[in-house]
Write a protein that binds this ligand. Sequence first.
Ligand code: PMP
Ligand code: GLN
Length: 386
Amino acid sequence: MPNPIFASLPTTIFEVMSSLSRELGAVNLGQGFPDEPGPLAIREAAARACIDGPNQYPSMLGLAELRQAVADHYNRTQGLDLDWAREVTVTSGATEALAAAFLGLIEPGDEVVVIQPVYDAYLPMIRRAGGVPKLISLTPPHWRLTREALESVFSERTRIVALNNPLNPAAVAFAEEDLALLAEFCVRYDAIAVCDEVWEQVVFAPHKHRPLIAFPGMRERCVKIGSAGKMFALTGWKIGFLCAAPALTQALAKTHQFLTFTTPPNLQAAIAFGLDNSADWFAQMPIDLARSRDRLSAGLTAEGFKVLESQGTYFLNIDLPASGIAEDDASFCMRAIKEHGVASIPVSSFYEQGAVSSIVRVCFPKADATLDAGIERLGQARAAVV
Ligand code: PMP
Ligand code: GLN
């Protein structure tokens, strides 16, 4: 008998849309990856490391030089004081970091507060770890956390809260008040926050990323997760970071040792080089992305769409009803790809209960010509029903 839980796992919407795009030759504004190949100096450093090494198993915690570079980077950019030797673990992408956190920290029956819209990997992993998800929902256009919502789910049984900030797909960087509220609940209920901050460098001025670990009472109860893939537009590299106080790091590292044990050392060396030498990249990348965001936003607005503010991430959201479209998001996205050759992501895929089904996510780190073709095709998809 096949395991019924495995058999029931869905294929992620990102894979569904990217496969359909390849099959139909569509313009792919669905899955979040940039057109650009990533910084040349970092790719050259990786190529050199493939030739000269290191190429054998590194320490299971990751290369010392990378762990040090991660701690230094967060010190420079977020004012954090991480001890690289006891508080930083390198993982195979943020996805593995999330798995290590959920599998390592959840005991069967523990309650886990989960904020919808929720990234697709969280709920299957939380359930596999035996956790009981307690869902709250944020809604457009502002996607704010409220005391009322937190009060409805936090209890003495709460062990973990899973936070994604900046939030994919909402494209918001949580406001200071919302994070302070969440920190207050974590402290009151003695909960650990698993903070998926993979989009921390992709935040557009005047908005700012504020790490939850820096809030009062959170230093010892946060697992901060980062991803070099998002920092350097190298999404396929899958180099992630787990940062947490020593007691948490010990539990996380033990889980990581049985998931992947280590991560390719040559790529780790190249990311260490990148973190130590990329002040210009971190300053320029959000400016370039904001330009693409604005091009997509202006083009879609000219086609009659209403778009929501994008404060960070690679994504911009379209409000269907405000754009005069009566269809739900999943129907719009399927029609747009099958009949008009453009892939997008229905935001309802990020909800398990009470889905918001009026919002469509599009990805903008693309060449101008790709964005323009996407705008034209989305415009045709709108014109066919308005
Ligand atoms: N969390 C979020 C919110 C993401 O958007 C992504 C990928 N875009 C990941 C985790 C996965 O990151 P990685 O590719 O480093 O595993
Ligand atoms: N995080 C990417 C997105 O939101 C997708 C990554 C994946 O396909 N797993 O589009």
